[in-house]
Design a protein around this ligand. Structure first.
Ligand code: NI
Length: 190
């Protein structure tokens, strides 16, 4: 998988003229193999070095938001995906990217989007996606326009390496008060 710094990630990817062409089916198979190996929930063709408008998305139940319109999504390939925001609602949540491994940052995204696309089988898609589905779609379609999630970030105070951020989150949990521990802890000298 191509990492940040490779110019292919900054290029605007070309629309696919024939979504059902055999070379697109082959591209999708290559992307599926890369995604399975890397263990992500979305991938855009530029991330394997191909500047064409093809993405993969899969949302496991464990990654869903609590939005009632959100839901798990089996691995889906979309050709020439286009998104239109629905309403004004936006939400901030942490994102990572297989092209920026090990790091995580908070990004504001539209909560609800209309998705139009074509599948590699030639089916037209026209649907509304919300929650994590909408977030992953926005992240992947950004890749097709040469945009990384870093470009969307406004607050870098919660940006960093996943391991350190998880450790920091755990430290933030206040210790359970108990008389025993309070008495047992020796007085700290300043
Ligand atoms: Ni990404």
């Amino acid at each position: 998988i191509v990492r940040a710094g490779d110019p292919v990630l900054r290029r605007v990817a070309a629309p696919v003229t024939d979504p059902t062409a055999p070379d697109i089916a082959e591209l999708v198979r290559d992307m599926e193999a890369s995604l399975a190996e890397a263990g992500g929930i979305g991938l855009a063709a530029p991330q394997i070095g191909v500047s064409e408008r093809v993405i993969l998305i899969s949302v496991p139940a464990t990654r869903m938001t609590d939005d009632p319109e959100d839901g798990p999504l089996a691995l889906t390939a979309l050709v020439n995906p286009a998104l239109t925001p629905i309403g004004d609602d936006r939400a901030v949540a942490a994102e990572g990217c297989l092209s920026i491994p090990g790091l995580r940052g908070e990004v504001e995204r539209w909560i609800r989007v209309r998705l139009t696309a074509v599948t590699p089988e030639g089916w037209a898609v026209d649907t509304v996606m919300a929650g994590m589905r909408a977030r992953v779609l926005q992240h992947e379609v950004d890749h097709l326009d040469g945009i990384l999630y870093l470009d969307r970030m406004t607050d870098f105070t919660r940006f960093g390496y996943v391991e350190e951020l998880i450790e920091a989150d755990m430290r933030e949990v206040p210790p359970r008060p108990s008389p025993a521990t309070q008495e047992d802890v020796p007085h700290q000298e300043a």
